[in-house]
Design a protein around this ligand. Structure first.
Ligand code: SF4
Length: 225
């Protein structure tokens, strides 16, 4: 989406793929290939730099700043610094970043790091809030059939995503079990009612039995955790 909207504004963008914090290596390759595919389909020139970095090496370089958000600033920084430097080297009028499209990233931190990187080397940072086009971007990536990432990038975000997946799975299983138990209880109540009708055609006696069944269900539910 950033490319499409920059073009709408009259810019002639060049894409730059540079992200050392995509782990593991096969994920880095998938995203690099997806970038190549998108660049080809959008007919935009593509510059590439870097190669997959060992996840352990990156985690060690954080010196204990592992918390999501705090480590992200340290992750954005070299990416913005290299992009700003490249913009100067190649004589581009300005640079921006597709990170500003994501609703899951720390938008203000990215803008701060990009502005700092621009100032340090004399580049121009073009701030845009591409999140406005979030849904259009998703629709477009589906339409183009381009690979969509399941985690942010680094090994820590991959672990976070896996933990989240496990929690979602456990929550869904618990909901399913709860629903099955409720349906079973309701079926049992219906069965008891039917039995009562068959055994006691008298209305008053049936009512008394129904009350008893309801009390016994309530007592059973009260013992549930
Ligand atoms: S979660 Fe994403 S932005 Fe944050 S450190 Fe990992 S790869 Fe970088």
């Amino acid at each position: 989406m950033p490319i499409v909207h920059l073009r709408d504004e009259g810019w002639e963008p060049t894409a730059f793929f540079f992200n050392p914090n995509i782990h593991p290596e096969n994920e880095w390759l998938k995203r690099r290939d997806a970038m190549r595919e998108a660049a080809m389909r959008l007919n935009v020139p593509l510059l590439e730099e870097g190669s997959p970095v060992n996840p352990g090496q990156w985690v060690r370089s954080l010196h204990g700043v592992l918390r999501q958000g705090e480590r992200c600033r340290l992750c954005y920084r070299p990416r913005m610094e290299r992009t700003a430097a490249l913009a100067v080297e190649q004589g581009f009028d300005a640079f921006t970043t597709s990170l500003l499209y994501s609703r899951y990233q720390h938008h203000e931190t990215i803008a701060e790091e990009a502005a700092k990187a621009a100032q340090a080397c004399g580049a121009t940072f073009l701030y845009r809030d591409f999140r406005t086009w979030w849904w259009e971007g998703i629709a477009m990536s589906k339409e183009l059939g381009i690979y969509r990432q399941k985690w942010c990038g680094c090994i820590l975000s991959m672990k976070d995503a896996l933990t989240q997946q496990k929690e979602d799975k456990a929550r869904k299983a618990a909901q399913k079990a709860e629903r099955a138990a409720r349906l079973a209880r309701e079926a049992e109540e219906r069965r008891l009612k039917k039995e009562a009708v068959a055994a006691h055609p008298n209305k008053r006696a049936r009512k008394a039995l129904a009350r008893k069944a309801a009390q016994s269900t309530a007592a059973h539910e009260a013992t549930l955790p």
